[in-house]
Design a protein around this ligand. Sequence first.
Ligand code: ADP
Ligand code: MG
Length: 635
Amino acid sequence: MGRIRILPERVANKIAAGEVVERPASVVKELLENSLDAGAERIRLEVEGGGKKRIQVVDDGCGMVRDDALLAFERHATSKLRTPEDLLSIATMGFRGEALPSIAAVSRLVLETRSQEETTGTRVEIAGGRLLNVLEAGLPAGTSVTVSNLFYNTPARRKFLRTESTELSHITSLVTHYALAYPEKSFLLRVSSGEAVNVTPVGSLRERVFQIFGGELLEDLVEFGPRTADILVATPEEAEEAMPLEPDSVPLRIRVRGFLSRPQVQKLNRNSIYIFVNRRLIRDRVLLHAIQEAYRNILPAHCFPVVLLFLEMPYTEVDVNVHPSKTEVRFRHQQFVHDLVRETLRESLAVSKPISTFPIGASTAPLPPSGKAEIPLPETRESRFPRANQLHLTPPPLPPREQPLPLEPPTGNFSAIRAPWTPEGQRVAEPAVEVPSESIPSELAQLKPLGQIRDSFIVASSPSGLWLIDQHVAHERVLFERLLLQWANGAMDSQRLLMPHILRLSPAQSALWSQIAEELAAAGFETEPFGQNTVAVKSVPADVKADDVERLLGELMENLEKESRALSPEAIRNKIAASVACHAAIKVNTPLDQQKMEWLLGELAATRHPMSCPHGRPVVLKYGMKDILKAFHRI
Ligand code: ADP
Ligand code: MG
């Protein structure tokens, strides 16, 4: 059953009239858009002689049944529109039903197509608009359109074509930018000199940008958004008319995202600004103005940035039926869109300081494996260790479930390597990037301490980069593991207090105390009852200071009280060991001499889980050699 209909005159009359085939690139654009509308996943293009000699576009889309293959060449024949109202919310790239007849009128065209539902396909041959041949043929599902000798029958137009290389550059740019708009699809553009574009499906826009432009440009680009804004609808009628992109999305929601260049990138023309509205590549003066405004006082006059701007909005918000080539649009809420783009870009420019700093956040995500990503580093230990990026993204091993967790999310500048926190402050488990278990300790063992920052963080270097170590949590980890080991060996060091410590407990805590008394004793806390709801502490583990006993045990009890379920002896032990370690560890704001720092790093290297403290907080941050070299523009 065919899907294509000839548009009734009242619809056809409403379509922006005009010629669409100006040059080879316009043919490529129309064919490419048809393939995308057909739901193709893989699109292959072959171009000879700058497209003047031959253009072939092959897709694996829905294909056409025989009737449609013929109808497609009638004027205003389309499967994408029915009524005049459809023109108000165009969701497809094409809608005019004019591209194929227009192209066929000025070239020799062969259409080969097979619908996914049929077993045989159709081959249609047309020259100068005249049907030469229709054949049944065994063909793969999908569509191939070959356009040869463009303008062979209109010599005047042929004369206006530019050189092969100019035409080819237009084609390449076009394919490149459709490839950016559809990262989930594969595009191959073959030209006489080889493959101009060859991209396989990827999961993100960032990866596609990398595939196409390589790491160097990506370095100079800042990703922004997605940011959404809702247009406040003036009248109920307006709200009624709004048709959301997806049935469940909020009407009149506009989404902005993309990439923009840092201020040091200065182009002499606007050719590096690409604007996509609902994945359609467009030229728009309003948006160009918004971009220019965003860069005001940042770029010198007559200099332009690189911008890839992707806007998504309800189809009713943008009229694409303005110009036959569909590259111009009209926004229903032009000022709103303009201001949203300007503000979004301004904000990301404000955040992206021109000076490279410690890499933070998503921008450190590992790049896809590709030849371009391999940056020749001198043969260091780097290659044998996880890449710095992976380290950044590795959530520290989760503390045992029973561990108390800090209620506040950790603060600080180096948020990049911290695992996500829910509002309740509970660490969310996420699949960890595999970090070989021996490599980090052995790398840690090589660390050379250089000094301290604010007497709290040790600065150290290794052949693979610069490290910051939180001295308190590092020591906490060391003590925690040592305590558990001593415990397991039944060799807890304990010290007798000069004066027994009297501890008052609430009735609930008293009950709890009896449950944990045995484990406390094993940990080195020698206690005995001292009247009602009171205990006397006579000995404590060796690392605990006498004046810290009350606070330590108080916190421990509070922590245990919060547990809703009964804890296993092992979980209780872990909690006790974590509390002792926390109280006994070197505090922040403590000056450490070289020997102390070396000792601590050595001890840390010997632990089983050197990357996180018993409460799950990170212990070390690493600024990898590659990032350092990159930041200094040495690679
Ligand atoms: P429009 O795209 O505006 O509908 P075209 O002249 O470009 O008009 O195409 C006419 C019709 O032919 C389309 O509506 C579509 O149904 C069909 N068609 C064109 N190209 C393809 C293709 N690559 N795969 C499947 N169908 C196609
Ligand atoms: Mg079309």
